[in-house]
Design a protein around this ligand. Structure first.
Ligand code: AMP
Length: 333
């Protein structure tokens, strides 16, 4: 397919890096694709899209994908991730491709550090430079998938299969909030167009992505009955371990209804605050979303990070809740 002007223009500043990346992919027989911990649509979709693209275009290579499974996306939307042994990592000279993660400590498998070379494709602020010369980063992009697909469209003599396109499309729709977030640009739509042109069925994809269960409706009812609103329009709800047990959910699902507040008059930002009883990292995990203002600075202050309108943070326990909400509330005063 001939590249549109918008796809070409986007890729131009990265031309040298793209070339170096394609060379590295051709050079390595063994490739492992990594992504961030606690994966979302973009992390899993971009990882699986790249994995599939390599399988389709370089069938002679051995390619793997690793990281923790998602409580409901696997195996519903994506295959279970692989359990690649320590021995494999110690005995293969492999290329790591790391997607959708800005800090090294958030890469879902620390064995990326054993790679002979590393490529990074991302849209988060870069906190650790792990792939000098082989890194494509666009903080303005709606999704890591948007960055990855532009790169792959520039690879001459290769193609994006329907299967790979489905993964990339899930990622693009997920992280752009179904093309609603302000990070959605003409280039985001140009990438969507290129993916849809492969013949994927988008209505079936949406059905799979956003299908709800009765359990999730009960979770929704709890959220609607218990949320609070700060003086300047920050809506939030807390899900303690006991409430999660009552609702039959795990901490990963605490944020599944956070966007109930996305189109409500007078609400500027909204968050889910979920107790994570994991003894290794006990905390209350916060998913923050915002209508317009950049909340990533507040997320950074509270042990987190992310994007202007979608970030993650943590508090150590509920004694910090008022201070956290106070910081966020002050943004809208
Ligand atoms: P979440 O609320 O977990 O869906 O995260 C929203 C966005 O913030 C995603 O792009 C995450 O990758 C990012 N994010 C979440 N937690 C962190 C963190 N601790 N550090 C950096 N980025 C984060």
């Amino acid at each position: 397919m001939a590249l549109s002007k918008i796809i070409k223009d986007y890729g131009r500043p990265y031309a040298k890096t793209y070339k170096a990346i394609f060379k590295a992919i051709k050079e390595y027989q063994y490739i492992v694709v990594f992504r961030h911990i606690k994966p979302d649509f973009d992390a899993m979709g971009t990882q699986m899209g790249i994995y599939q693209w390599i399988k389709d275009n370089y069938p002679e290579k051995e390619v793997h994908f690793v990281g923790d499974n998602h409580v409901s996306f696997t195996p519903r939307l994506f295959p279970e991730t692989e359990d690649l042994s320590e021995e494999w990592f110690n005995t293969h000279d492999f290329l790591a491709i790391v997607v959708d993660v800005g800090d090294a400590s958030r890469i879902a498998d620390p064995r990326f550090a054993k790679a002979k070379a590393c490529i990074k494709i991302d849209h988060h602020p870069c906190k650790d430079e792990i792939a000098p010369g082989l890194s494509v980063l666009d903080k303005e992009a709606a999704a890591a998938s948007e960055v990855a697909v532009n790169l792959l469209l520039h690879s001459k003599g290769t193609f994006i299969s329907k299967e790979a396109a489905r993964h990339f499309y899930v990622a693009l729709v997920g992280d752009s909030g179904r093309f609603l977030f302000s990070s959605t640009s003409p280039h985001t739509f140009a990438i969507a167009e290129a993916l849809i042109a492969t013949g994927i069925e988008i209505s079936a994809i949406y059905q799979q992505m956003y299908e709800k269960t009765i359990r999730s409706l009960q979770n929704q009812a709890y959220v609607l009955g218990h949320f609070k609103i700060s003086p300047h329009g920050v809506a939030y709800y807390c899900l303690s371990k006991e409430v999660q047990e009552e609702l039959g959910i795990t901490p990963e699902l605490g944020k599944e209804n956070v966007n109930l507040f996305s189109n409500i008059q007078g609400i500027n930002a909204w968050c889910s605050i979920t107790e994570d009883p994991n003894p290794k990292d006990y905390c209350w995990r916060i998913s923050i979303r915002s209508k317009a203002k950049d909340i990533s600075g507040i997320a950074n202050k509270w042990e987190g990070g992310g994007h202007a309108q979608a970030s993650g943070a943590k508090i150590k326990d509920l004694t910090e809740l008022d201070a956290f909400i106070g910081d966020l509330d002050a943004l809208f005063a």
